[in-house]
Design a protein around this ligand. Structure first.
Ligand code: MCN
Length: 807
């Protein structure tokens, strides 16, 4: 019994696989999403007319019939909108003019050309049919390589290359000169998106009295885009208030791109003289929300005969679609600090192009720049292993950064905080029974079964900063106030007189479980049960405490959010200990907080309620330097303030998690179908607060990457029309297609964060496409098929096999 009570005393909420506190409410259908939300009365409704033409001049728009309808309040075209705002700012060399509605010209299938405001939703949608638009069709271009041809259709007067930079780090020429082998490949990564359960939603209310506006939307990060929208609308940041209701039905990056609709809705509300609401349809979401860039990567790897990576070069063509949206060009440059991945080599370089085409503008999607890059790099790593005749896992292990090399500064500027990459790989191999599996694979091959094993290792930059905007631009452009960091988080915490504890987060979670993990962290510091803590998330740009924050993206909560909660809780705990010490008349260091009470050294104890009551109602009893009330506001920053120097080394991200994935597949040679046989993922996000949530994040991420590798694709035909704009054609896999994933964790605490934790939300998705492609490549190796592009849908796989067999 004594052992039990000692174990109880030692037990902490951090590390417990608690169920998510928010689930009960959400599963009962009590979550509050944008379409449930009526924060203001007299709401009018918005519908958008979208272009059926991928590239064309707008010769005329006739809105008179629509305007005459009784329930229509007003109709706005791109020209009307452009009169009332500036184009959105974006950090590239040749920024295209980007407005929420097309002006004079349409540039992608589904681009909004007009918006109707009506008293009812259906009234607005019906009125779209009365708007007549005359287009002169122009030839479209959807391929990023063709768009750079001299005779390609020009999409913008600024040209089809929005950004170009050549960057070189370390002795690149020397690496390729002394290499025993140079491996060259071209890889193509496709477009896919996130398909969150809830689509975009915006409510905007313009207030004539203060010439300002309030916007409610399911924005995943209002702070990063708030200045962009305010600037474009010519409003001060104080006059434009963004609020994020607390529930969001998934975001995965793409909801950062709701901001053009926010600007349009503010203008529409001003014109209509009423608050307006818009809820996006599923088709609109697939056509025109956001996805990552599809990409061509021409890669070269220099390798020695012994199997050492000497250098890597990438010619990268990112297909940004019709416009470049802020916070781009993160698809290209966000992973720059970790472009060497987990490997110890010092020569890296590349040419990086942001290309405009007649596709929907790209943006954030889970993995943001990493999954596209790792698909190419980790395929190239397998090719390098092959050329020197090494097992791909042994080749990786040989080249991994060693445990004793941390902190490790990459040639491109990332500062890897901690890691045990070899240990993670060994653990993954153990769980996978790798050596055994190789034997089983070979035996299956002998029986004409096409089984393959694939490996991928990835480094996950979490709490990445916005320094990439500066690197994207040539040095002379840099000092224009482009952001350099985002690795900051602010938390407000208070204990009310009745001892209820409230933690206000600066995040906008959409399924990550912040309510749960924040309560676990605070509970341990305050010696209470996590259930005793109320966590409030959702954001409001008018809250001054949060003006340094930037939203939920880049797997940042574990890195900066955990840290802010931990430090704020420590500050409250310290205030509680000092007040309790006065009441119990002992030294504060002798006070421990447990079971909702402050315990003194000799058995004396008082409740948190008494401490809180004293703090609020008996200020005269408080020790010196403690103000009445129990409250703190803490801002945690891990800003890498190093300037981006002439060597173009990026600022480091906050921390770097990592993971190794091993997957076995079987390919059906007759149908081209791929069956996932086994999947192992070993991941390290430092100290884990909630293992159940972390497992869910890793598995969810893998499923997202698997979806893009095998099923989902935003596919355009030659006329630039999206072929996959419903779930009949855009094949979102279901639970039935989800493989069983065995997950395990190495916990190497980060020395840079007070809890030692780092991000986890994107690691799964960053590795899955590469691991699956490597496995399919291995399976079809005996047939001479090489995998250089995704998705691996059965007809494509079948054709690859047919082609190889025909040769
Ligand atoms: N966590 C933990 N211990 C750690 C690391 C993380 O308990 N050592 C917990 C965190 O407290 C948090 C969760 O794991 O509850 C994820 O943390 P983190 O990796 O920091 O990611 P964020 O919370 O900042 O969320 C952003 C990340 C991104 S960038 C995308 S995209 C994404 C993702 O999370 N979108 C998601 N996961 C998602 N999950 C759901 N359900 N829905 C989305 O839209």
């Amino acid at each position: 019994r004594q052992e039990e009570s000692e174990a109880d005393a030692d037990s902490t909420a951090v590390g417990e696989p608690m169920g998510r506190r928010e689930d009960d409410r959400l599963l009962r259908g009590e979550g509050k999403y944008m379409d449930d939300f009526e924060p203001t009365s007299n709401l009018h409704h918005v519908a958008f007319l979208r272009s059926p033409v991928a590239h064309g001049e707008i010769d005329d728009i006739d809105t008179t019939a629509a305007e005459r309808r009784e329930d229509v309040t007003c109709v706005l075209t791109g020209a009307d909108i452009a009169e009332q705002m500036d184009p959105f700012a974006v950090g590239v060399q040749n920024p295209p003019e980007y407005y929420p509605l097309a002006v004079d010209k349409v540039r992608y299938d589904g681009e909004p050309v007009a918006m109707v405001v009506a008293t009812t939703k259906y009234g607005a949608t019906d009125a779209l049919e009365d708007i007549v638009v005359d287009y002169t069709r122009l030839d479209p271009v959807t391929d990023e390589l063709e768009a750079l041809d001299d005779d390609s259709p020009q999409i913008h007067p600024s040209g089809n290359c929005a950004n170009y930079r050549e960057l070189e780090y370390g002795p690149v020429d020397e690496a390729f000169e002394r290499a025993d082998h140079v491996v060259e490949r071209e890889f193509e990564f496709p477009r896919y998106t996130s398909a969150p359960m809830e689509t975009y939603g915006v409510i905007a209310e313009y207030d004539t009295a203060r010439d300002g506006a309030t916007v409610w939307s399911n924005f995943q990060g209002p702070f990063t885009m708030h200045p962009v929208v305010a600037g474009a609308l010519g409003m001060s940041e104080a006059d434009l208030q963004f609020k994020v209701p607390s529930d969001s039905g998934g975001s995965f990056g793409v909801k950062a791109h709701i901001y053009p609709y926010i600007a349009a809705a503010v203008i529409a509300s001003r014109e209509a003289g009423a608050p307006v609401k818009w809820i996006e349809s599923r088709r609109e979401h697939l056509q025109a929300s956001a996805c990552h860039t599809d990409r061509t990567q021409r890669m070269r790897g220099a390798v020695s005969e012994e199997g050492d990576i000497l250098g890597v070069w990438v010619d990268l063509y990112d297909n940004f679609g019709a416009y470049v949206r802020a916070p781009e060009p993160g698809n290209t440059f966000r992973p720059l600090g970790n472009y060497v991945n987990a490997y110890d080599f010092d020569a890296f370089g590349g040419e990086f192009r942001a290309v405009q085409t007649n596709k929907c503008p790209a943006g954030l999607n889970r993995g943001y720049g990493c999954h596209q890059y790792y698909f190419g790099l980790e395929r190239l790593i397998d090719c390098m292993a092959d050329v020197v005749g090494m097992d791909p896992t042994a080749f990786r292990e040989r080249n991994f950064i060693d445990e004793d090399e941390f902190p490790y500064r990459t040639p491109t500027g990332g500062e890897y905080d901690s890691g045990r990459y070899s240990k993670a790989l060994q653990r993954a191999k153990e769980l996978f029974e790798y050596e055994d599996y190789l034997g089983r694979r070979d035996r299956a091959r002998a029986n004409n079964r096409y089984i393959g094993i694939g490996c991928a290792a990835i480094i996950d930059p979490s709490a990445s900063n916005m320094g990439y905007v500066s690197v994207a631009l040539p040095p002379e452009e840099r000092e224009k106030g482009h952001p350099k960091s985002g690795a900051v988080s602010a938390v407000t915490m208070m204990v009310q007189p009745d001892a209820s504890i409230v933690v206000e987060l600066d995040s906008a979670p959409s399924g990550q479980g912040h309510e749960t993990t924040a309560s676990q962290i605070a509970a341990d510091e305050l010696g209470v049960d996590p259930e005793a803590i109320t966590v409030v998330s959702g954001m409001d740009t008018s809250e001054k405490a949060w003006s340094v924050s930037s939203g939920s993206y880049s797997s940042r909560f574990a890195t900066v959010g955990h840290s802010a909660v931990k430090n704020a809780s420590e500050q409250i705990a310290e205030q509680m200990r000092r007040i309790a010490a006065v009441i119990l008349d002992v030294d504060p260091v002798m006070i421990s907080l447990e079971d909702g009470r402050a315990h003194g050294p000799d058995g004396g104890a008082i409740s948190i309620r008494e401490i809180a009551g004293t703090a609020h109602w008996n200020p005269s009893k408080l020790p010196d330097n403690i103000e009445p009330g129990l409250r703190t506001q803490h801002t945690f920053s891990m800003d890498d303030s190093r300037p981006i120097d002439e060597d173009d080394r990026i600022n480091s991200s906050g921390s770097y998690g990592y993971g190794v994935q091993l997957v076995a597949v079987e390919v059906n040679k007759t149908t081209g179908e791929i069956d996932i046989l086994d999947y192992v993922a070993v991941h390290d996000c430092g100290t884990i607060v909630n293992p159940k949530i972390v497992d869910g994040q890793v598995e969810g991420g893998i499923f997202h990457g698997l979806a893009g590798s095998l099923y989902e694709e935003l596919r355009y035909d030659d006329s630039g029309t999206l072929q996959t704009d419903t779930f009949m054609d855009y094949a979102v896999p279901t639970a039935k297609e989800a493989p069983d994933v065995t997950t395990d964790h190495i916990e190497t605490p980060s020395p840079k964060t007070p809890m030692g934790s780092k991000g986890t939300g994107e690691a799964g998705t960053e590795g899955a496409p590469a691991a699956i492609a490597n496995a399919v490549n291995d399976a079809l190796d005996p047939l001479g098929v090489e995998i250089t592009s995704l998705p691996l849908k059965p007809p494509r796989v079948w054709s690859l096999i047919e082609e190889a067999e025909g040769e």
